[in-house]
Design a protein around this ligand. Structure first.
Ligand SMILES: Nc1ncnc2c1ncn2[C@@H]1O[C@H](COP(=O)(O)OP(=O)(O)OP(=O)(O)O)[C@@H](O)[C@H]1O
Ligand SMILES: [Mg+2]
Length: 304
């Protein structure tokens, strides 16, 4: 197959490993910066151009950065409309990126999550806090990542001042039940198709409740329970993704979903599990392609 990795970071660990895995499996791999893709919106012939040339590929692997979801998802959609196989659909990428929409969809599909409330500019802070069981409470900026916009408010007074500050900044945020019993740990489950191909537990540094590796957390391989596996698969399918990094947290009432990521990083999970996840992704695409066509896979000679 000829496979395009849609990424703005060709030299990052995940990109390099996916390209290497594809080449090893005998495919022709190219990396395209999706922001430099041009689309021709012509009836009956949806085309994508890169550096003036029409892109002709069998499959795409989207790795769209959060800040470019709108355009990146449009490029993926254009490939889909042209009949190109994609590791994740444009719909799945957009749905999982919008945290509010993602929570709404997961809730509708019956996926267990911490009790969560969304707000923008709120006057009745007391009511909002009561709706998630009061303090201690987690407050998250919707635009945050790597743990940066996540705050634990232990008292009502501190929760009120943080909410007032978020409102003043005109920021979208969510208020969430604090899962204290997780003890500063969360789980990343890597889903490809109908399988959880690897999982790790991330543990926060001493004195920290956020398990993000960027906040000093550490990761170790983890064997998930059947319930956790089922939940990760259910969450992935609920937002119409095929490849996802599902973040779970262990609570006293069972595992809960924190988030579903459409472009999960491979470095941490490959290091923790010792598995070649990139190759699993390529094998998954090969199977999807074979199913789609009802034909056998074409392998081109290695092109480095
Ligand atoms: N409701 C909660 N109860 C206890 N701990 C939580 C809760 N929500 C988040 N945490 C901790 O804070 C960390 C960061 O939260 P979260 O993953 O929601 O935000 P983020 O990492 O900044 O966003 P993203 O995952 O989109 O990059 C989690 O990994 C987890 O350890
Ligand atoms: Mg996170």
């Amino acid at each position: 197959m000829k496979i395009a990795l849609l990424s703005r970071a060709p030299n990052c660990y995940s990109s390099k490993h996916i390209v290497a895995a594809g080449v090893k499996a005998g495919h022709e791999m190219i990396v395209l910066d999706y922001l430099r893709c041009r689309m021709d919106i012509a009836a009956g012939d949806p085309a994508v151009f890169y550096m003036g040339e029409r892109v002709q590929v069998d499959a795409v692997i989207p790795r769209i950065a959060a800040s470019y979801t709108f355009y990146g998802a449009a490029v993926v959609r254009q490939f889909e409309m042209g009949g190109v196989l994609t590791a994740n659909s444009a719909l799945g990428i957009s749905q999982s990126r919008d945290k509010l929409r993602c929570h709404q969809l997961l809730a509708r599909k019956g996926v267990d999550m911490p009790v969560t409330g969304f707000a923008h500019n709120i006057h009745d802070i007391d009511m909002l806090l009561d709706s998630v069981g009061g303090t201690p409470v987690i407050l998250k900026l919707l635009e945050g990542s790597q743990g940066k916009g996540v705050v634990l408010a232990e008292t009502r007074k501190s929760a009120e001042s943080i909410i007032a500050a978020f409102s003043k900044l005109d920021a979208n945020f969510l208020v969430q039940e604090y899962i204290e019993e997780a003890g500063g740990s969360d789980i990343r489950a890597l889903v490809i198709g109908k399988t959880v191909v690897g999982a790790m537990i991330r543990t926060a540094a001493a004195g920290e409740f956020r398990a993000n590796l960027h906040q000093g957390g550490s990761a170790q391989v983890l064997k998930l329970t059947n319930e956790e596996k089922k939940l990760a698969l259910h969450a992935t399918q609920s937002v119409k993704l095929k490849v996802a990094g599902v973040d779970l947290i262990r609570s006293s009432r069972g595992p809960l979903v924190l988030e579903v990521n459409s472009s999960p990083g491979l470095e941490g999970i490959e290091a923790a599990t010792g598995k070649d996840i990139a190759s699993r992704l390529i094998t998954f695409l090969e199977k999807q392609k074979a199913m789609k066509k009802g034909s056998k896979i074409t392998r081109t000679p290695n092109l480095v």
